[in-house]
Design a protein around this ligand. Structure first.
Ligand code: PMP
Length: 362
C-alpha cells in the first residue's frame, strides 16, 4: 500500500453523522427530527431560494472563480474593502486555507480544549503541531492559551461563541489577548454563530481588523442564513493575509448557485431577524425544559445548547434515536456525558424534551 504522510497517519478523522434516511431505515423510524448539526430550522429565506433557483437554470458554465460579486456584497455588508474578503466552500474551507497558508512542519498552533473539531485536522494535515490549552468552565481560558504561545506559534484559533459548548468571551479580555500576541502570529476569530448574539456589547471582530493585521475573522452562510447545504463561508482580514490565502484557494471553490444565494441572503435582513428571534425563543424553551428535567445546561449564545446528562451519553443518544430524535453526542470533544442539541422549531424542541424525559426515566 502507498503510505500516507506521517501527519496524516496520525490524524483523527472528523466523523459526520449518518444520513437521516439511513438512520431511519436502520431503526425502523419515520419523521425523525434532526437537532444535530446547528442548522437553521427555517432554512434560507425566499430571496436566497429564488436566487439559487435562478442561478441553477444555467449550470453549463464555471462560476465566477474569484467570486467578484459575492466578495463585493460581503465587503459592503461589513463596511470593509473587497480585498479583505476570502471566500470558501463553507468556512471549513477557509480554516483549512489559513492552515495551508500560515503553518508548516515544526511550527505550532494553539487552541482550547472543547474547541471546534476542524482546527486540529487543519493543523495536523499540514504537519504542524497542535497545542491544546485546558478549558475553564467549558470555555476558553485565555491565560492558559497565552501560556502555550512561544516563538514557534504561528496560528491561534478562537471561536466566539464556541462550538460545541456555546461559551463566549467578552470584548476586553479578548481584545487584550489578541493585542498580546506576537505580531507574526495569526489569530483566527471564528464567528460562525455571532449573528445569534443580540447583546450590543458582544465583540464583533470586524471592528478590530484595522488594529490587528494578524487577525482573521471567519463567518459562514451555514447558520443564521440557513444555507448549510450550499457550503459558503468567508474570512475578513488584512488584504495582505487575504492575498496570501487566495494563493492556496482552489479556483472555483464556491459554486455559482451558492454564490447567488449567498448574495441574496445578505440582503434579507428580515429573514436574519426572524431566524435570530426563533433561536432566542427556542434556546430559552430548551434550556428551561432541560433544567426542569434536573439537568445542568451550559449557558449558550449559539443556536444550540449542550447539556450534562450526568451519565455516559452513548446509551441515551441511542435511545433518543429510537424515539426519532437526532442530537449530537460530544464525547469526541472530551465531554463524555454531554449531548449537544441544536435549536429547532418550537414543536421539534418540545418533541426532543419529551423524548429525553422518557429516555432518562426508563
Ligand atoms: N466554525 C464553527 C465554530 C462551527 O461550529 C462550524 C460548523 N459546525 C464551522 C466553523 C464550519 O461551518 P461551515 O463550514 O458550514 O461554514
Amino acid at each position: 500500500h502507498p503510505s500516507p504522510a506521517p501527519q496524516i497517519a496520525a490524524l483523527n478523522p472528523y466523523v459526520p453523522g449518518k444520513p437521516i434516511s439511513e438512520l431511519e431505515r436502520e431503526l425502523g423510524i419515520r419523521e425523525s427530527v434532526k437537532l444535530a448539526s446547528n442548522e437553521n430550522p427555517l432554512g434560507p429565506g425566499d430571496k436566497a431560494r429564488a436566487a439559487y433557483a435562478q442561478a441553477a437554470m444555467d449550470l453549463g458554465r464555471y462560476p465566477d472563480g474569484g467570486g467578484f460579486a459575492l466578495r463585493q456584497a460581503i465587503a459592503r455588508h461589513h463596511g470593509v474593502d473587497a480585498g479583505m474578503v476570502t471566500i470558501g466552500n463553507g468556512s471549513n474551507d477557509v480554516l483549512d486555507m489559513v492552515a495551508r497558508t500560515f503553518l508548516h512542519p515544526g511550527r505550532e498552533s494553539v487552541f482550547s480544549q472543547h474547541a471546534f473539531a476542524v482546527y486540529p485536522i487543519a493543523i495536523q494535515a499540514v504537519g504542524a503541531t497542535p497545542r491544546i490549552a485546558p478549558a475553564r468552565d467549558y470555555g476558553h481560558d485565555l491565560d492558559a492559551m497565552a501560556a502555550l504561545i512561544n516563538d514557534k506559534t504561528d496560528v491561534v484559533w478562537i471561536a466566539n461563541p464556541n462550538n460545541p459548548t456555546g461559551t463566549w468571551l467578552t470584548a476586553a479580555p479578548l481584545k487584550d489577548f489578541i493585542a498580546s500576541l506576537p505580531k507574526t502570529c495569526i489569530c483566527v476569530l471564528d464567528e460562525a454563530y455571532i449573528e445569534y448574539v443580540s447583546d450590543p456589547d458582544f465583540p464583533n471582530g470586524v471592528d478590530w481588523l484595522a488594529d490587528f493585521p494578524n487577525l482573521i475573522i471567519t463567518r459562514t452562510f451555514s447558520k443564521i442564513h440557513g444555507l448549510a447545504a450550499l457550503r459558503v463561508g468567508y474570512s475578513l482580514s488584512h488584504p495582505q493575509a487575504a492575498e496570501l490565502m487566495n494563493r492556496v484557494r482552489h479556483p472555483f471553490n464556491v459554486n455559482a448557485p451558492a454564490q447567488a444565494a449567498a448574495i441574496a441572503a445578505l440582503d434579507d435582513a428580515p429573514h436574519i431577524a426572524r431566524s435570530a428571534e426563533l433561536n432566542r425563543a427556542g434556546l430559552a424553551q430548551l434550556s428551561a425544559g432541560l433544567q426542569a428535567l434536573g439537568l445542568a445546561v451550559i449557558p449558550s449564545l449559539g443556536n444550540f445548547v449542550t447539556v450534562d446528562l450526568g451519565r455516559p451519553v452513548g446509551p441515551v443518544d441511542q435511545a433518543l434515536l429510537r424515539e426519532g430524535v437526532i442530537c449530537r453526542p460530544v464525547a469526541n470533544y472530551g465531554l463524555p456525558n454531554h449531548l449537544r442539541i441544536s435549536i429547532g422549531l418550537e414543536a421539534e424542541n418540545a418533541r426532543c424534551l419529551a423524548a429525553l424525559e422518557k429516555v432518562l426515566a426508563a
